[in-house]
Ligand binder design. Structure first.
Ligand code: GRF
Length: 220
């Protein structure tokens, strides 16, 4: 049976490398998703070019145009609803959103550290990697998680680790973590498309593949 293609809305605020990675994976036939809209938090965001190049609808929704967090969030999710997006996928998106009931466990994010370390408000970009180096951590990595009402806090879907080297700079560590992100995010989306992801409280369970004999041994 063909896998269900997930309809995803991709949210960006920056260079759009994550968006570009999705486009490449989808074009290579390795990610069962369709990007139905790109939502940007500002007009001058470099990543918008990738949406435009692929003729994906783009929407710019700026926080300053809305009074309350609720109004701002609803403007974003209304765009998701009107494009019939199954999932909102944050890809270098820097604004807090209030997640409405109908998008609970349907908003994803990737963070460039091993949550719960080096995350939360103000931890983005190279700030994260500088803090990892300052602290002297020996491993770092990335985390794909569901988004709840706070920064970097929702249930964790998967994590990938990378080693921290003695001669690392924030840039070199960033490159290594980003390479891990380029695998982790499509992998998480693929698991969801395969219907293998379920959430119970904070715990996310990944079911074995459909044809695995282990599938019946575990009660999901
Ligand atoms: C990465 O650090 C990722 O972990 C975080 O945003 C950065 C990528 O942004 N969520 P972009 O895709 O280059 O705009």
């Amino acid at each position: 049976m063909p896998k269900k293609k997930l309809r995803i809305a991709v949210f960006i605020s920056g260079t759009g490398r994550t968006l570009k990675n999705f486009i490449d994976w989808i074009q290579a036939g390795k990610m069962s998703a369709e990007i139905v809209v790109v939502i940007s938090s500002a007009a001058n965001v470099a990543g918008l070019q990738y949406g435009e190049e692929e003729s994906i609808p783009v929407e710019i929704i700026e926080r300053s145009q809305y009074g309350s967090l609720n109004e701002f969030s609803e403007a974003n999710f209304n765009v998701c609803r009107s494009h019939r997006a199954d999932y909102a996928v944050l890809a270098g998106y820097l604004r807090l959103l209030e997640i409405p009931k109908d998008f609970e466990n349907r908003v994803l994010n990737i963070h460039p550290s091993l949550i719960p370390a080096f995350c939360g408000k103000g931890y983005y970009g190279n700030i994260v990697h500088s803090k990892v180096l300052e602290y002297g951590a020996k491993v770092s990595g990335c985390t794909v998680h569901f988004v709840d009402q706070d920064y970097d806090r929702g249930p964790i879907i998967l994590q990938k680790t990378v080693e921290v080297y003695e001669n690392d700079t924030p840039d070199t560590l960033n490159n290594r973590v980003f390479a891990a992100e380029c695998l982790a995010y499509p992998e998480a989306i693929e698991l969801i498309a395969e219907g293998r992801v379920s959430v119970k409280g904070r715990r996310v369970r990944i079911a074995p593949p459909k044809d695995s004999p282990r599938r019946n041994e575990i009660n999901f």
